[in-house]
Design a protein around this ligand. Structure first.
Ligand code: NDP
Ligand code: OXD
Length: 313
């Protein structure tokens, strides 16, 4: 019951080491090694080369080493086996750290203070409290719910929007396209933790930005996106920042990645860019969980984090 590791742009060494240390009885091969395709039963992957998995005749399950499966599903030759994605407290907490950092950074007006510091200017800006700021989270999945909970505990007014309604204490729940305008109209800081699907491609666009609250304490609404880059329309973000529809943005994801050198986002004074690092997948954090999932799968258990291929996440 061998595993193949196929993680195109990652250093395979620490992953292989961790798999071998925690699962010494389970052979693992790197995709670039020589191996017998029929010996492989499980694949641990991140953006594998299209066609690679279709060439494994005895593959039983695919374990995606990240939370988002859009890149994997783009391979139209994928064999029809269960796909299990990462749901892991290590990854979730990393994302919550990043989202909380960005929300607080904008709410405490750090971009303005950093500019002032460069100019040696001492100007105390009016500072609203967290309880006066309405955060709206698009995508109330594993990641969105954890961020929502922490932000609520800091004191923000938090709401979530997703396909189905997620009721959480102290958090306003919106669901579906019909409730999107009301969700946006009460939102000062918009956080997207949406997966990339046919429905969410390009959803963060000018029309949507124009529906965000105009009466917030920050002057203009803020966009924070750590979901997927193809959900945002770069030209619309730039235009909205320049005409004041948006007051700032923090972006961790882009389309394509790396962000193109000529993109105007790099040098825009109201934009904070991080290079898709908000919630890194690490071998220390994730391999034990993948091996436990494989054991549960072999014991005939249904794995909770199997994706819905039809929905695309
Ligand atoms: P989940 O599958 O747990 O949650 C996805 C959420 O999005 C669900 O609440 C789902 O609704 C909602 N959703 C999906 N489609 C729509 C839609 N059309 N309209 C409204 N809501 C929708 O995923 P995770 O929380 O684990 O991860 C979310 C995404 O974050 C990943 O897919 C990935 O793209 C991104 N990510 C980015 C990382 C980074 O480093 N930048 C790291 C990890 C993840 P419902 O609950 O009703 O199903
Ligand atoms: C993920 C990611 O989906 O890193 O886990 O983007």
């Amino acid at each position: 019951m061998s595993i193949i590791l196929a993680a195109e742009n990652w250093d395979p060494a620490p992953w292989l080491e961790r798999f071998r240390r925690l699962g010494p009885d389970r052979p693992i091969h790197n995709a670039s090694d020589h191996f017998a395709p029929e010996s492989i039963h499980y694949a641990a992957v991140w953006k594998p080369k299209p066609g690679l998995l279709a060439a494994l005749p005895n593959l039983k399950a695919i374990f995606n080493l990240g939370a988002g499966v859009d890149a994997l599903l783009a391979d139209k030759t994928l064999p029809d086996v269960p796909i299990i994605r990462i749901v892991n407290p290590d990854l979730t907490k990393r994302m919550t750290e990043w989202v909380t950092l960005q929300v607080l950074f904008h709410m405490r007006q750090m971009p303005a203070y950093m500019t002032q510091q460069k100019e040696k200017r001492w100007v105390q800006l009016d500072q609203p409290g967290a309880h006066e700021i309405r955060v709206g989270i698009m995508g109330m999945g594993v990641l969105g719910r954890d961020s929502a909970d922490i932000l609520r505990r800091i004191g923000f007014q938090v709401a979530g929007w997703s396909r189905s309604r997620h009721s959480m204490g102290g958090i306003e729940a919106f669901a579906g396209a019909a409730e999107l305008p009301a969700f946006l109209a009460r939102t000062d800081i918009l956080v997207s933790l949406l997966p990339l699907t046919v429905e969410t491609r390009g959803i963060l666009n000018r029309d949507l930005f124009g529906k965000l609250a105009r009466d917030g304490k920050l002057g203009a609404p803020i966009l924070i996106n750590a979901g997927r880059g193809a959900s945002q329309v770069e030209a619309d973000i730039l235009a909205a920042l320049d005409d004041g529809t948006l007051g700032g943005a923090s972006l961790d994801v882009f389309d394509p990645e790396p962000l193109r050198a000529e993109s105007l986002l790099w040098s825009h004074p109201k934009v904070i860019i991080t290079p898709h690092v908000s919630a890194d997948s690490t071998p220390d954090g994730l391999v034990a969980g993948v091996l436990a999932d494989i054991a549960a799968f072999e014991a005939g258990k249904t794995l909770p984090n199997q994706i819905d291929k039809h929905a695309g996440y």
